[in-house]
Design a protein around this ligand. Structure first.
Ligand code: COA
Length: 162
C-alpha cells in the first residue's frame, strides 16, 4: 500500500537512491552521465537534502511502499515574480513504478499544501526534451507558458482556483 508522508532525516539515503534511479533513466539522452552524477551529488547530497527537508518555506513528501521510497516531491515558496510565488521544485518516481498513479498522488498532497498556505496556483519547470515529464504535467492540468521558458526549460503553470 502506498503511504505519502512528510520526509524525515532517516529517509535521506532512500531519497538519494530513488533520485539516482530516476535521474539516470530520465535524463540518459538529455544530459551527459558526468553531469547527472555531479548534479546528484550536489543537489541530492546529504547536507542539501537535510536543508530541503527541514525548510519551513516548503513541503517535502515521500511516497513509501513497504518502507521503500518509490517517489518524492518538494513544493514551496519560489520566485515571487509569479502569482502566489509557489513552485514545484521537484517530483520524481522510480521508473519501475511509473504509470501507477504515484505521481498524481504526490501532486495531490503538494496541491493541498499550497491551498492550505493560501495559494491559488503554482508553477514548475520541466526540461523541453523530457517527454515523460511534459506529458505528465499536461495531463494533470498544467498550462505551458512559452514566453516564460528559460534555456530549454518549459515553464508551466497550474491554476488551483479552477
Ligand atoms: C513524471 C513522473 C513524476 C510521473 O509519475 P507517475 O507515477 O508515472 O505518474 P502517474 O502514474 O500519476 O501518471 C502517469 C502519466 O505520467 C506520464 N508518464 C509516466 N510514465 C511514462 C512513460 N514511461 N512514458 C510516457 N509517459 C509517461 C504520462 O503522462 C502518464 O499518463 P498516461 O499513462 O495516461 O500516458 C514520473 O514519470 C517521473 O519521475 N519521471 C521522471 C522525472 C520527471 O520527469 N519529473 C518531472 C519533471 S522535473
Amino acid at each position: 500500500m502506498l503511504n505519502i508522508a512528510q520526509a524525515v532525516e532517516a529517509d535521506i539515503p532512500l531519497i538519494q537512491a530513488a533520485a539516482a534511479e530516476s535521474w539516470r533513466v530520465t535524463y540518459a539522452t538529455v544530459f551527459s552521465s558526468a553531469f547527472i552524477e555531479d548534479f546528484l551529488s550536489s543537489a541530492y547530497g546529504t547536507t542539501a537534502l537535510r536543508r530541503s527537508i527541514s525548510s519551513e518555506r516548503s513541503l517535502f513528501v515521500v511516497a513509501k511502499e513497504h518502507d521503500h521510497i518509490v517517489g518524492f516531491c518538494q513544493i514551496g515558496q519560489g520566485d515571487s515574480r509569479y502569482a502566489g510565488g509557489f513552485q514545484l521544485f521537484r517530483i520524481y518516481v522510480i521508473p519501475s513504478h511509473w504509470r501507477r498513479g504515484v505521481g498524481q498522488d504526490l501532486l495531490a498532497r503538494a496541491e493541498a499544501w499550497v491551498l492550505e498556505q493560501g495559494g491559488r496556483g503554482y508553477c514548475c519547470y520541466v526540461h523541453g526534451l523530457n517527454e515523460v515529464g511534459k506529458g505528465f504535467y499536461l495531463k494533470n492540468g498544467f498550462l505551458h507558458v512559452p514566453e516564460q521558458d528559460i534555456e530549454g526549460e518549459w515553464y508551466l503553470w497550474k491554476d488551483l482556483a479552477k
